[in-house]
Design a protein around this ligand. Structure first.
Ligand code: PLP
Length: 445
């Protein structure tokens, strides 16, 4: 195969000049980068001309695939018309207003206001600050703690990284740095007790949450945050009844319920939003990724009118809402998001995820019969295979991550990109996939 000299010098420049996110820097220096050069549909090509099916949609996000020209055209037109404007101090522009309206229309009733950020982490950071501000304004200054779950992922900034429940994101970063308690991960395969049914497991976790509420004192707990289906920690659907139990507790103790839909939102699970799949109603929601197919950096939080009214009164008292980003609601990002959502509607991509769920999930479950696969799991168009050294005892490989790293390389050789989370191999293909694509992805897997 032809290996361009450019790619070699690019690789050397990359090794010499960057620190990569979520990467072992020393291994990277040794092995070098996979430099992706272009995309088409569900495929991407590297600088050696090798093509891969992007089985993770980039980072769980490229719903419309890697070559949607309409998004490029809209970005270009918006750049010509108004490349940048901000939304501080009552300034506004049409794309961000239209997108806010659209999000309120699309999301479940009761999410009435939108605040834009550039990333999911910033959105969750903003939620922490908004909730603190809200409770201070309500005269409840003690009500500040967050509850989250082990293995949950909510981002990597100081506050959102604290909500995240993954050791690799905490260790040596001195996180958590805000008051947060992490509850048991609701993953039955790993954390269910011997002989415990899913329903019993869910009931035990809800009882555990209530015990923590009471131990901490509900007057000190501000919010419970969770992904409807825990994605980046290993694609773990919740046990049946779990969310209903958590929602009832939040209502009982006046605790806000935050649904972090950065991955689950916009059809990934076969319903428009993940909270609809599992039947709960959040007070606050985080969205990003598929909102704009990650063609531009964009995220948002939506929250109830009740929160808005309290916050708005306080801004009047303080003469400002002292929070916001230079690029909050960026006109190019919001214009591209509107076009992306229009394309998703025209092509019924959320419906596509629902229609292909059975094909994808049953194919994945068939791979679960492999002697190295402990569990095959997922919902909608997201799933994972958990590799184990011993299927009967669920004993993981030692060290965890070694087999996942080998699998990643094997996947590349087979022309498939997935994400190894330790030894869990996650798939989350673009929502434009068809039956044949799914068959091909699973065959390569
Ligand atoms: N929340 C969830 C559920 C996520 O999966 C992610 C990223 O994967 C984030 C928040 C953080 O988003 P970002 O990487 O845009 O900061």
């Amino acid at each position: 195969m032809f290996v361009s000299p450019l790619s070699n010098s690019l690789a050397a420049a990359d090794i010499a000049s960057t620190l990569h996110p979520n990467t072992n820097a020393r291994l990277h220096e040794k092995n070098g980068p996979v430099i992706i050069e272009r995309g088409d549909g569900i495929r991407v090509w590297d600088t050696n001309g090798k093509d891969y099916i992007e089985g993770l949609a980039g980072l769980w996000s490229v719903a419309v695939g890697f070559s949607e020209k309409r998004l490029a055209d809209v970005a270009y037109q918006q750049m010509l018309k108004l490349p940048y404007y901000h939304t501080f101090a009552s300034k506004a522009h049409e794309p961000s207003i239209r997108l806010a309206e659209k999000l309120i229309e699309m999301t479940p009733a009761g999410l009435d206001r939108v605040f834009f950020t550039n990333s999911g982490s910033e959105a969750n950071d903003t939620i922490v600050k908004l909730v603190w501000y809200y409770n201070n304004a309500r005269g409840l200054p003690k009500k500040k703690k967050f509850l989250a779950r082990n293995k949950g992922y909510h981002g990597i900034t100081v506050a959102s990284g604290s909500l995240t429940g993954l050791p690799v994101n905490h260790k040596d970063f001195d996180l958590p740095a805000i008051p947060v308690r992490h509850l048991t991960c609701p993953h039955h395969y790993r954390f269910g007790l011997p002989g415990e049914s899913e329903a019993e497991f869910a009931a035990r976790l809800v009882a555990e949450a209530e015990a923590v509420f009471l131990e901490e004192g509900p007057d000190t707990i501000a919010a419970f945050i969770g992904e409807p289906l825990m994605a980046a920690g290993g694609v773990m659907p919740p046990p049946e009844g779990y969310w209903q139990g958590i929602e009832a507790l939040c209502r009982k103790y006046d605790i806000l319920l935050v649904s972090d839909e950065v991955i689950c939102g916009f059809g990934r699970l076969g319903t428009p939003f993940g909270c609809q799949k599992y039947g709960f109603k959040p007070d606050i929601m985080t969205v990003s990724k598929q909102i704009v197919s990650s063609y531009m950096p964009l995220a948002a939080l939506l929250f109830s009118d009740e929160i808005y009214q309290v916050v708005a009164d306080n801004t009047n008292k303080l003469n400002s809402f002292g929070h916001g980003f230079t690029a909050s609601g960026h006109p190019v990002a919001t214009a591209v998001a509107l076009e992306n959502l229009a394309i998703m509607e025209e092509r019924d991509l959320m419906g596509n995820a629902a229609r292909l769920e059975a094909t994808f999930q049953s194919g994945l479950r068939r791979l679960g019969a492999h002697p190295l696969v402990g569990e095959a799991r997922g919902a909608g168009l997201i799933g994972a295979l958990e590799l184990v050294a011993d299927k009967a005892t669920k004993r993981p490989f030692d060290p965890i991550g070694r087999v996942g790293a080998i699998a990643t390389e094997e996947g590349h050789a087979a022309g498939l990109i997935f994400r190894a989370i330790g030894d869990q191999l996650a798939l989350c293909p673009p929502l434009i996939v068809n039956e044949a694509d799914i068959t091909e992805i699973l065959a390569r897997m």
